[in-house]
Design a protein around this ligand. Structure first.
Ligand code: UDX
Length: 463
């Protein structure tokens, strides 16, 4: 009788969802944003996380957290070889994750655990969920189109082209040829990721794909209007419920799940700059450059004459702590035209009226954040999905310029001026403002992401 008097919201409060992010910045951010969205819809949240790159739990007093030992640091795993790191995680976490989940399931009194939501890359969680009879929904943190390019690689691998025949096959075609099985991008945009043992990359992809197919659903931090062509292809190949509910970070004011401290001086410096005058430069949390490339970037920025806010993450330049390779007096010479920080409040930077362009590595979060603020891009993809995303930004959505040639100061200077100062940049800004409008509409009542989120909540509550 007690239950019958509760409002639907109170009843919802009784359902709990358990989330498990991949412990990399570009994956932690969207998973915790998703957690906030689900919490806002009345679900209780528990986050299981590794000790490696453990999130700052004090920023989320409304969630429960359980940490599991992963043994990653002990064996020297690091983001310098992401595939080796993720492969190891999928082995090391099986037992501690299962123990933790079993304990949570046995502890539950009033609340019932509806399902598990884990990062697509953590494929081992499907078998654990099955063994405990808990539905698993997958979060894929990148774009749908780049995912289809990964699916095409795994298909080519099954047909025997990768890795043995792969290189001959690809060089026969030429780097400008359309990618077999995914012609929207060229052979040179195939989202490969370097690792010590290439076969591990293919194994990871195959496991990720098969365990997504075995899951109960797939959530995307993207929106329908952006991926009109990719969505039908995805629905054809992955016959599970699909929920494109992005952009996650637009559901609430800027929040931070940063592993590094965001330097707020970025905003006070931007406050002093003219509207749309500044180039924001950041290559995300993993990409690295060598000393010579770093100096080309620095001189390209300096020679462009454009004001710039530059994130030089500690470790960005291989073999250096931070800014040591910069020539003495470099910043003084620019006389206030530049500001360098170790890590910025990126969402606020992109939303700032002074920001006129974003030189990015095209990680999916950065790209989506740029689209959501209508900021045109200079694309500098480094590996994996970034290559496909850069192609979409520059040639399909046409909201950015792809820096394809080698990193050279003259090329960089020209690209910056084209995007920030010339009519071409304004045309890109006009197009990306239309995408911004589309994402805003999709999030409003009745919009595609809004409706997809409603379906997701009903689906979770049906378990
Ligand atoms: C990784 C992969 O490299 C990327 O290709 C994949 O799509 C997601 O995982 P990362 O390289 O870190 O991510 O890039 P990105 O996806 O752009 O995520 C970076 C996040 O860090 C963004 O949410 C961005 O807002 C945040 N960030 C970045 C900051 O808060 N401050 C900064 O100074 C730079």
């Amino acid at each position: 009788m007690e239950n019958q008097r509760e409002s639907p919201l109170q009843q919802r409060k009784k359902r709990r969802v358990i989330l498990f992010p991949l412990p990399l910045q570009g994956h932690i951010n969207p998973m915790l944003q998703l957690a906030n969205i689900l919490y806002g819809k009345g679900l209780s949240i528990t986050v299981i996380h590794t000790n490696f790159n453990s999130p700052n739990t004090s920023n989320y007093p409304h969630f429960d957290f359980c940490s599991i030992p992963d043994g990653l640091l002990e064996v020297g795993a690091s983001t310098s070889d992401v595939i080796a790191l993720v492969t190891l995680l999928n082995v090391n976490c099986v037992v501690p994750f299962r123990d933790c989940l079993a304990k949570l399931l046995s502890n539950v009194e009033e609340e019932s655990i509806a399902c598990l939501i884990t990062d697509a890359v953590c494929h081992f969680t499907q078998a654990v969920a099955d063994s405990l009879k808990l539905p698993r929904i997958v979060l894929r943190t990148s774009s749908i189109s780049s995912f289809l390019a990964f699916a095409a690689i795994s298909l080519l691998h099954e047909k025997g082209f990768f890795p043995i025949k792969g290189f001959h096959f690809l060089s026969d075609l030429g780097s400008e040829a359309p990618m077999p099985e995914f012609p929207s991008v060229r052979v040179k945009d195939i989202p490969l990721i370097e690792t010590r043992d290439a076969e591990k990359f293919y194994q990871l992809l195959m496991s990720m794909m098969s365990q997504i197919k075995a899951s109960s659903g797939l959530i995307w931090n993207s929106f329908q209007d952006l991926e009109q062509d990719a969505l039908p292809a995805l629905e054809r190949d992955f016959r599970i419920p699909i929920f494109p509910i992005g952009a996650f970070h637009k559901y609430f004011p800027a929040s931070s799940s940063s592993l590094l401290t965001q330097d707020k001086s970025s905003i006070s410096w931007l406050d002093k700059q003219a509207p749309k005058s500044v180039l924001y430069v950041s290559f995300g949390s993993i990409a690295a450059v060598n000393e010579a490339e770093f100096l080309e970037i620095a001189w390209g920025l300096a020679n462009s004459g454009v004001p710039f806010l530059w994130v030089v993450r500690p470790g960005l330049v291989r073999g250096f702590e931070w800014l040591e390779p910069l020539p003495k007096g470099f910043l003084e010479m620019l006389d206030g035209r530049a500001h360098i920080v170790k890590w910025a409040p990126q969402q606020e930077v992109l939303a700032h009226p002074a920001t006129g362009g974003f030189w990015t590595h095209n990680g999916w979060n950065s790209t989506l954040e740029s689209i959501c603020e209508g900021v045109p891009m200079i694309c500098q993809p480094c590996f994996g999905d970034q290559l496909v995303i850069a192609r979409y930004v520059s040639h399909i959505w046409r909201v950015g310029l792809h820096l394809e040639k080698r990193l050279e100061r003259g090329e960089i200077e020209t690209a910056i001026r084209r995007v920030i100062l010339e009519a071409e940049g304004q045309e890109m800004r006009d197009r990306i403002m239309q995408l911004k409008e589309k994402v805003d509409v999709s999030l409003r009542q009745g919009g595609s992401s809004y409706q997809s989120l409603e379906s997701l909540i009903s689906y979770i509550e049906s378990f």
